[in-house]
Design a protein around this ligand. Structure first.
Ligand SMILES: Nc1ncnc2c1ncn2[C@@H]1O[C@H](COP(=O)(O)OP(=O)(O)O)[C@@H](O)[C@H]1O
Ligand SMILES: [Mg+2]
Length: 227
């Protein structure tokens, strides 16, 4: 589903990603762990086509994204990739429903369709009675679930999450993690999750350990570390 080959990235003289090769399969849930500054966010941004590598190739769903022009890339991203950030990044002046609808609008759905889809997802997230609330009227866990609903509104094949539970308490964290697995089982989505949460990492199909811009090792739960 996602294929990276020989990806490098520098900011000035600082090389942040050093020759990254990685394949992520359809319906796989992969966690990326590693110390702060290891390059995890940069790698996720490149996977999400929000940033470009200096070298290397990226295929998502067999599409060579480098061949897309800016407009095609924006459309590809809108339709195929969902993002969940550490801090929900909901728009404060809009309701939960409107926040979820926005990417559907951008994709060209009519208001009625976008609204129906957003309601469906908020129901699925257990947020039916929060649809008309604005972000400042929602708890941290609720905001993060709205952000997940927004990420899913266009049925993306790939969901990329950067420390999605970083700002949540234990209970909300556990619920959000269960939600990811539930979503994968329900909608066949692929998840790449950057996390500091060891419990979450253990639950995922595979954990990528990054150190200093490289993939140091890959571990699979219930098996020995592999290189
Ligand atoms: N836009 C940028 N400009 C300059 N340096 C950056 C930029 N983004 C990240 N970096 C640097 O790249 C390194 C890796 O950052 P990042 O990918 O955010 O790591 P992580 O998410 O693993 O903490 C850090 O040293 C960071 O300061
Ligand atoms: Mg980061």
């Amino acid at each position: 589903m996602i294929e990276l080959r020989g990806i490098t990235k520098s900011f000035g003289s600082l090389q942040v990603l050093k020759d990254i090769d990685l394949d992520i399969g359809h319906k796989e849930i992969v966690s990326i762990v590693g110390p702060s500054g290891a390059g995890k966010t940069t790698l996720l941004q490149i996977m999400g086509t929000l940033d470009k590598p200096d070298n290397g190739t990226l295929h998502i769903d067999r599409v060579d994204v480098e061949r897309l022009n800016e407009n095609e890339l924006a459309r590809f991203r809108n339709l195929h990739i969902g993002f969940v950030f550490q801090f929900h990044q909901l728009l404060p002046e809009f309701t939960a429903l409107e926040n979820v609808m926005i990417p559907a609008y951008i994709a060209g759905l009519k208001q009625k369709q976008a609204e129906a889809r957003a309601h469906e997802l908020l129901d699925f997230m257990g947020l039916a009675d929060r649809a008309t609330h604005k972000p400042n009227e929602l708890s941290g866990g609720e905001k993060q679930r709205v952000a997940v609903a927004r990420a899913l509104v266009n049925h993306p094949a790939v969901v990329l999450a950067d420390e999605p539970s970083g700002s949540l308490d234990t209970q909300n964290k556990a619920e959000l993690h269960q939600l990811f697995f539930h979503l994968r089982d329900t909608f066949d989505q692929t998840f790449v999750i950057v996390t500091h949460d060891e419990e979450l990492a253990r639950l995922t199909d595979r954990t990528i350990h990054m150190v200093d811009g490289r993939i140091e090792q890959t571990t699979h739960p219930a098996s020995q570390p592999q290189t």
